[in-house]
Design a protein around this ligand. Structure first.
Ligand code: MOS
Length: 701
C-alpha cells in the first residue's frame, strides 16, 4: 500500500508543469525547433475536385531566387508504400479531391516558397465530380467495420414490428454538419534527413503519437523504424487530427530527402488544414424510438448515412453509442457510406459518440414530450442492467447519478415542462438535458521505464501531451505507484527515444500509459525496495483489459438557451455537466478537459459547419473568419462536476478517459433547451436563427 503518498499525488489539484514554459514562450513547438540553415516547404494544391494533372510548368518557380527544389510527381522520390492513398504524396497525376497536393516548393524562406508555389502552372483534364451526401443515393454501401473495429450493423429482435405495436413512437431524421478539428497549432513538421551511413530521418512533428507516426512514416518510406526518430514535446491541440499522420508529414520527409543534410520546415496554413488534415463527416441519422405509456423503450433504431473519400475509407461509428445507452428488447443500428470526391475524413474529438449522441438524445427528448414525462425520468426508466448487446456487466455505470446530481445542481425541479412559456424581456428562456457517454479504451502496446537519477525518479515513455495534462498527471501516477512525493518524480515524454507508447486517442492515454507506469513502478519496487541505488531501473508494460466487463464513462449535460423573440438569435448563457469517469487524477486538468469538450459541443450546437459548394467541391468557409468557432463572447457560464466513482476494474488507477466525453451530448442538450425556449425542434445542426425564426412569427401566449 502507498496510502501515505496519496495526498501528495493522485487527486491533487497540481498546476501544469509545462505551464510556465508555455506562458513564457520557451516551449518549442515542431515548427520552431531550433535548426541550422532550414529550408521551407509550401504545397501547391489542386483547384479541381476530380481529374488528372496533364501539365505542370515549374520553370517560373524554379527561376525564382531562393528556390531550392520543386517537387512534382515526376521529380519526387518513389515511396515504398502507396497503400494508404492519403499519404501517397506526389506519386501520380490523379486528383481525387479539391485541395489535394499536386506539387510542392522548397525554398530558403517561407515567403519565397509560397510565392514560388503560386507560380507553378497546372493544367488539368477535369472529370465530373460528386461531393453531395444524401440519404437517397443509390450507391450507399455498408462498410466492413466502423471505427475502430465495430460491426457496421447490429440487430436484435424485430424493430419494425415493435415500432408498429408501440404505444408512443418517435421517428425522425437528424443531421450533423461537417466539422473541422482546428487545433490552434497547425499541422507542422520539421524534417532532417542525415545521409550518413544508411541514412537517418528525424521528424519534429506536432503529433498525438510519436511512435505511431514513426511506424507509419517508416512503412511509407520503406525504412527500418530504427532509422526514424520522431520528437514532439508539446502539441497545441489535436482533437484527433494529429492522431494519424496526414500528407503534410510525408511531404516534409520527402522534401528532407530531396535536400539531404538540410532541415525542411512545413506548417500548413489554416486554409490548407481544411483539405489536408482530416475532418468529421457530416451525418444523416434516422432515429426510431418506440415505447409503452410508462416510458419503457420497446424499439430503438439508429440508421446512419455518412461520407468517406474515394481514396481512403473512414467509417465514423455514429450508431455505436446507441448500442449501449438504453435498454430495449428490439434494437438496430446501421451505417451506410457514400464514397465521394472529398478530402479524407478522420478522427475528431469523440468520433462516433459525438455525432451519434445528437440524434438519439434529441429523439429521447421528443419521446419524453409525447409521453408527458420528464426527460430525466425517461432516461432513468430505461437504464439497462447489463450492457445491451454484449450482456456484460458494467464495471461501473453512474448515468443515473449524473442525471440526478446535475438536475439538483441545475435547479431542474423548478422547470415548467411546457415550451415557450418563460420570457425574460425580449428573450424566450428554456432548459434542456442530454446524456453523455464515452468508452474506456486501452491500447495494446505501451511501455514505461523508471530510473533513479540522484535524488529523483525519472519515468520515460513516448507519450503525448496535447494540452491535456500528461506532463502533470503521469508524474502523479508514478509518484502514487512508487510511494514517493510527486516533486521527486520527473517524467520524459514525446520522443521515440523513450519506450514505445500508444497514440493519444480514444481518451486512452491515462489508462494505457498510466498502466505501463504503474507496472514499471511495481517492477522497480520489487527489484530495489524502498532504497533504490542511483541508476536503478525497471520497465513495465500495459496489460490487456479485463474484458469480462463493459467499461464506459457516463455524464449528463444541462443547458439553458435564450431565443430572441424578434431576431431568433440563440444564446446559451449556461451549461452544466456532471460526469462519472472513474477516479480523477488531477481536478484542475480534468476540469479543463470537461469544460473544453463542452465548449466545443456548444460550438457544434450553434456555429460550426463546413459549407461545401457542390459545383466546385470547395469548402468555401475554410478559415477562421467564415468557419465560426465559439469565441469568448459566445460562451457563458460552464460548470463541470464529477461523481466520486470507484471502479476497480478499469485499470490500476481506477480512472476513465476524460478527453472526449465533454463534447458528447452537449449539442443535444442545447437543441432540447432551444425547443423548450421557443417550441421549435431543430434536428439539423447548427442551430442558426433561420431555423427558429419562421416559428417565432406566431408569438406565444
Ligand atoms: Mo481522439 S478524436 O480519439 O484523438
Amino acid at each position: 500500500m502507498t496510502t501515505s503518498s496519496r495526498p501528495d499525488a493522485i487527486g491533487r489539484d497540481l498546476p501544469r508543469r509545462d505551464g510556465p514554459a508555455k506562458v513564457r514562450g520557451t516551449a518549442t513547438y515542431a515548427f520552431e525547433t531550433p535548426l541550422e540553415n532550414a529550408a521551407y516547404l509550401y504545397p501547391v494544391q489542386a483547384d479541381i475536385a476530380r481529374g488528372r494533372v496533364t501539365e505542370l510548368d515549374t520553370s517560373a518557380a524554379e527561376a525564382l531566387d531562393g528556390v531550392v527544389a520543386v517537387l512534382t510527381p515526376r521529380t519526387a522520390e518513389r515511396l515504398a508504400s502507396t497503400e494508404d492513398r492519403e499519404l501517397a504524396a506526389l506519386q501520380d497525376d490523379e486528383v481525387a479531391f479539391r485541395g489535394q497536393v499536386v506539387a510542392a516548393v522548397v525554398a530558403d524562406t517561407s515567403e519565397v516558397a509560397r510565392h514560388a508555389a503560386a507560380l507553378v502552372g497546372v493544367d488539368y483534364e477535369q472529370r465530373p465530380h460528386d461531393v453531395e451526401l444524401r440519404a437517397d443515393r443509390d450507391d450507399l454501401y455498408a462498410p466492413e467495420r466502423v471505427n475502430p473495429d465495430f460491426p457496421a450493423d447490429t440487430v436484435e429482435g424485430d424493430v419494425e414490428a415493435a415500432m408498429a405495436a408501440a404505444e408512443v413512437t418517435v421517428e425522425e431524421t437528424y443531421t450533423t454538419a461537417m466539422y473541422y478539428n482546428n487545433p490552434m497549432e497547425p499541422h507542422a513538421t520539421a524534417a532532417l534527413w542525415d545521409p550518413a551511413g544508411d541514412g537517418f530521418l528525424t521528424l519534429w512533428d506536432s503529433t498525438q503519437g510519436v511512435h505511431p507516426t514513426r511506424a507509419t512514416l517508416a512503412t511509407v518510406f520503406g525504412l527500418d523504424e530504427a532509422r526514424v526518430r520522431v520528437v514532439c514535446p508539446y502539441v497545441g491541440g489535436g482533437f484527433g487530427s494529429k492522431g494519424q499522420p496526414h500528407v503534410n508529414v510525408v511531404l516534409a520527409a520527402l522534401a528532407a530527402r530531396a535536400v539531404p543534410g538540410r532541415p525542411v520546415r512545413l506548417a500548413l496554413t489554416r486554409q490548407q488544414m481544411f483539405c489536408l488534415a482530416g475532418y468529421r463527416t457530416p451525418t444523416i441519422q434516422r432515429c426510431g424510438l418506440g415505447a409503452d405509456r410508462a416510458g419503457r423503450l420497446t424499439a430503438l433504431s439508429v440508421d446512419v448515412v455518412e461520407q468517406t473519400s474515394r481514396i481512403k475509407e473512414f467509417a465514423e461509428q455514429t450508431g455505436v453509442p446507441s448500442r449501449i445507452m438504453y435498454a430495449s428488447p428490439n434494437r438496430r443500428t446501421t451505417h451506410r457510406l457514400a464514397a465521394l470526391d472529398v478530402p479524407v475524413p478522420s478522427w475528431m474529438r469523440a468520433p462516433g459518440e459525438c455525432p451519434g449522441m445528437f440524434g438519439p438524445e434529441v429523439a429521447m427528448d421528443e419521446l419524453a414530450v409525447r409521453l408527458g414525462m420528464d426527460p430525466v425520468e425517461l432516461r432513468v426508466r430505461n437504464e439497462p442492467d447489463v450492457e445491451p448487446g454484449s450482456g456484460k456487466p458494467f464495471s461501473s455505470r453512474n448515468l443515473v447519478g449524473c442525471l440526478r446530481e446535475g438536475a439538483a445542481r441545475f435547479g431542474w425541479s423548478r422547470r415548467d415542462p411546457r415550451p415557450g412559456v418563460r420570457r425574460r424581456g425580449a428573450w424566450l428562456v428554456g432548459t434542456g438535458v442530454a446524456a453523455s457517454t464515452y468508452p474506456v479504451h486501452r491500447m495494446p502496446q505501451s511501455t514505461a521505464t523508471i530510473r533513479r537519477e540522484a535524488d529523483r525518479y525519472v519515468a520515460e515513455i513516448g507519450a503525448a501531451d496535447l494540452g491535456t495534462g500528461t506532463w502533470t498527471t503521469l508524474p502523479q501516477i508514478a509518484a502514487d505507484a512508487l510511494g514517493v512525493p510527486v516533486s521527486r518524480v520527473e517524467v520524459r515524454i514525446g520522443d521515440t527515444d523513450y519506450p514505445v507508447a500508444s497514440v493519444a486517442g480514444g481518451s486512452s492515454g491515462m489508462t494505457t500509459w498510466g498502466s505501463a507506469v504503474v507496472e514499471a513502478a511495481r517492477a522497480f519496487r520489487e527489484r530495489y525496495g524502498t532504497e533504490p541505488p542511483d541508476g536503478a531501473e525497471a520497465s513495465g508494460s500495459v496489460g490487456p483489459p479485463d474484458d469480462r466487463w463493459a467499461m464506459h464513462a457516463f455524464g449528463a449535460q444541462f443547458a439553458e438557451a435564450h431565443v430572441h423573440t424578434d431576431t431568433g438569435e440563440v444564446r446559451v448563457p449556461r451549461l452544466l455537466g456532471v460526469f462519472a469517469a472513474g477516479r480523477i487524477i488531477n481536478p484542475r486538468t480534468a476540469r479543463s478537459q470537461f469544460v473544453g469538450g463542452m465548449t466545443m459541443g456548444l460550438s457544434m450546437a450553434l456555429h460550426e459547419t463546413g459549407v461545401l459548394d457542390p459545383r466546385t467541391g470547395h469548402v468555401v468557409n475554410h478559415d477562421f473568419a467564415e468557419y465560426h468557432i465559439a469565441a469568448n463572447a459566445d460562451v457563458g457560464e460552464i460548470e463541470a462536476h464529477w461523481l466520486a466513482e470507484d471502479d476497480p476494474h478499469v485499470n490500476a488507477m481506477g480512472s476513465k478517459g476524460i478527453g472526449e466525453i465533454g463534447i458528447v451530448g452537449t449539442a443535444a442538450a442545447v437543441s432540447n433547451a432551444v425547443w423548450h425556449a421557443c417550441g421549435v425542434r431543430v434536428r439539423d445542426l447548427p442551430i442558426t436563427l433561420d431555423k427558429v425564426l419562421p416559428a417565432l412569427e406566431q408569438p406565444f401566449g
